[in-house]
Write a protein that binds this ligand. Structure first.
Ligand SMILES: Nc1ncnc2c1ncn2[C@@H]1O[C@H](COP(=O)(O)OP(=O)(O)OP(=O)(O)O)[C@@H](O)[C@H]1O
Ligand SMILES: [Mg+2]
Length: 592
């Protein structure tokens, strides 16, 4: 073990604040008689209260500091003992929330700290301020319980900038984590730092949903940041945009329509208010099933053919689906006497077909409906998934998926389909062969909205992510939810998160959501959220021993999310008509 283990925390009278005067289930009131020490016991500082034995201290955090002035009779003046005079004296107190228990000796071990108070302090017990060398020793202790190969260094403690804040990497990812904070508070940088630290694990496996193409620099620091001294740590994929369809670049990602299950597909093309919707859905289902079956027959996949369903990801030509639907829509029926009568579905599918056709023609949906011919091969899917879940030695286990050119109305379907597909494949893999992976969902409010506000398309995606949030732990699939608007993110998903990195959060509604996610005892600690500096965060959850305020480390490869300096730029950055003209054309082309 390392050296801090031997540095015992000892208290002297100089650190004695006062004694316990009131105790309830989570909070302790301490009357402070050391007026000199009071300013140093500011909100957020750590204190130790003598426990039931000499070796035990209860560790708490100052939540409130008060000084009340009181008038009392002054001590009698021996020279004029008959005159009564009053004097004003301060009553100092701090309110403390209990967080853990520290023991100088526990069995054979020395200096142990654990979460949770083992006992309640008794009235009149002494309370000490933890500062100076004691604070350093204590902060050292916090990371010590975490084994070397589980350590995720995330920053430094604000209370003691010399001490490194270490998170238990296993616990952090095991049961979902969340990074929340207002715009510009440092979330994307925090994600970069976490990715960078993860990169040091030989088989790190993370899939980043990048909504603005911010993390492109991690895959190409030379091209994006002009930093040839930095090695790339990730592979970037881009959901194919309208400009990529004719000759798709190597990293363009297609999600052909046949990967969508029945409900996902229908959420995009079926109008549920149409009186013919049930007919349309049933004809669609029947034809898709038949077309998938035809493919299996052609590919001689008789084993699959026995048990496949309409939701199985099996390629089929969309043109044939359209032909079948059109046939239904126009075919006449035959009457009792053989005369032509109105067909069973005649005219009932017209609007469904029109909606499908408009999607097929729209190049923004090309990544789905205009896949290159090789993506229509039966074996293509396995290769594509192998690339997305690749974390072999000396390859990049961090995969950045750039969604910046995906139309916003289908964003939830695309993220949802991708997540479901990878999750399902992990599900069907042998348990001993699964490398766990994490979906990093940046800007989660865009595709994981609160349920009652969501459209049919969004509900599909939500169902997938909520399923991962609830069951993913067992299959080694976890979520890292990142959002500037926690009040707009699905509560089911947030409430499944066990670890939180909370950066500056100014909005009331968002703060309330965060408060409700935390135990009651954290209320005082959370009051400081609007005051946090950029890059400062509260770490809460089972991956850290104490809820602590940390200054997050800077990533060595910055994401492309620099805050612009308006005032300085107005001093030296002129507009360029040419640049604007080019942008107008780019907007028309919908391709960079
Ligand atoms: N740990 C840090 N220390 C100092 N400055 C930081 C730190 N993290 C971020 N910053 C600064 O804050 C700016 C914004 O950070 P970032 O892009 O991470 O914000 P964000 O929370 O992701 O915002 P948005 O919600 O708008 O995406 C960065 O450009 C950087 O200058
Ligand atoms: Mg960001």
């Amino acid at each position: 073990m390392n050296k801090q283990n031997n540095i015992a925390i000892t208290f002297s009278d100089a650190q004695k604040l006062g004694q316990v005067v009131s105790v309830d289930t989570s909070r302790v009131l301490v009357a402070v008689d050391n007026a000199e020490l009071l300013p140093r016991a500011a909100v957020g500082s750590l204190v130790a209260i003598q426990g039931t034995t000499a070796q035990e201290y209860l560790i708490g955090m100052t939540e409130r500091v008060t000084r009340q002035l009181r008038e009392q009779l002054a001590t009698l003046d021996p020279l004029s003992p008959t005159e009564l005079e009053s004097e004003v004296v301060p009553d100092d107190a701090i309110r403390v929330v209990l967080l853990g228990t520290y023991r100088t000796v526990e069995g054979k071990q020395r200096n142990r700290f654990k979460r949770g108070a083992d006992s309640f302090p008794q009235i009149d017990r002494e309370c000490f301020l933890i500062e100076g060398p004691n604070l350093q020793a204590f902060m050292g202790l916090l990371g010590e319980g975490i084994a070397e190969n589980e350590r995720l260094e995330i920053g430094r403690f604000v209370l003691d900038p010399d001490a490194v804040a270490i998170v238990n990497g296993d616990r952090f990812f095991q049961r979902h984590a969340s990074i929340l904070g207002s715009t510009g508070s440092g979330k994307s940088w925090c994600v970069s730092t976490i990715l960078e630290k993860s990169h040091s694990r030989e088989h790190a496996n993370l899939i980043v949903f990048d909504m603005h193409g911010e993390y492109a620099s991690l895959a190409d620091p030379k091209g994006k940041l002009n930093r040839s001294d930095l090695a790339p740590i990730a592979t970037q994929y881009r959901i194919a945009g309208p400009g990529d369809l004719d000759s798709p670049p190597e990293n363009a990602l297609f999600l052909p329509y046949w990967l969508l299950n029945r409900d996902e597909m229908l959420s995009m093309i079926l109008d549920r208010s149409d009186q013919n919707a049930p007919n349309q859905a049933s004809r669609f289902t029947r034809h898709v099933r038949q077309l998938k079956k035809d493919t299996l027959t052609k590919e001689s996949k008789s084993e699959v053919e026995k048990t496949f369903t309409v939701d199985s990801p099996i390629p089929y030509p969309i043109k044939k689906l359209l032909d079948k639907l059109k046939h239904d829509d126009t075919a006449k029926g035959t009457g009792a006497k053989g005369q032509p009568v109105k067909g069973d579905w005649e005219g009932k599918l017209t609007r469904f077909i029109a909606r499908l056709e408009s999607k097929l023609e729209d190049r923004r949906y090309g990544f789905m409906f205009m896949p290159p011919s090789k993506a229509q091969d039966y074996d293509w899917l396995a290769g594509q998934v192998a690339a997305l879940l690749d974390c072999q030695k000396n390859r990049h286990g961090i995969k950045i998926i750039d969604f910046s050119e995906v139309p916003s109305d289908v964003l939830p379907v695309v993220t949802g389909v991708l997540a479901r597909l990878l999750y399902d494949i992990q599900f069907w893999m042998k348990p001993e062969e699964r490398t766990p992976f994490v979906f990093v969902c940046d800007e989660a409010h865009l595709y994981l909205p609160v349920r009652q506000d969501s459209s049919t398309v969004e509900k599909q995606a939500l169902a997938t992510f909520e399923r991962i949030a609830k069951e993913g732990r067992k299959y080694g699939v976890s979520l890292l939810v990142v959002s500037q608007r926690p009040s707009d993110v699905s509560r089911t998903i947030l409430s499944q998160c066990n670890n939180f990195v909370i950066l500056r959060l100014t909005n009331d509604q968002d703060q309330n959501v965060v408060r409700r996610l935390m135990p009651d005892s954290m209320a005082g600690v959370l009051d400081g959220l609007p005051m946090l500096d950029t890059g400062e965060a509260l770490l809460l959850g089972d991956a850290v021993l104490l809820p602590t305020r940390v200054k997050l480390s800077l990533p060595s490869i910055e994401p492309l999310s620099q805050t612009r300096n308006f005032w300085q730029d107005w001093g030296n950055l002129s507009s360029s008509e040419q640049a604007i003209r080019t942008a107008v054309e780019t907007l028309r082309k919908q391709a960079r």
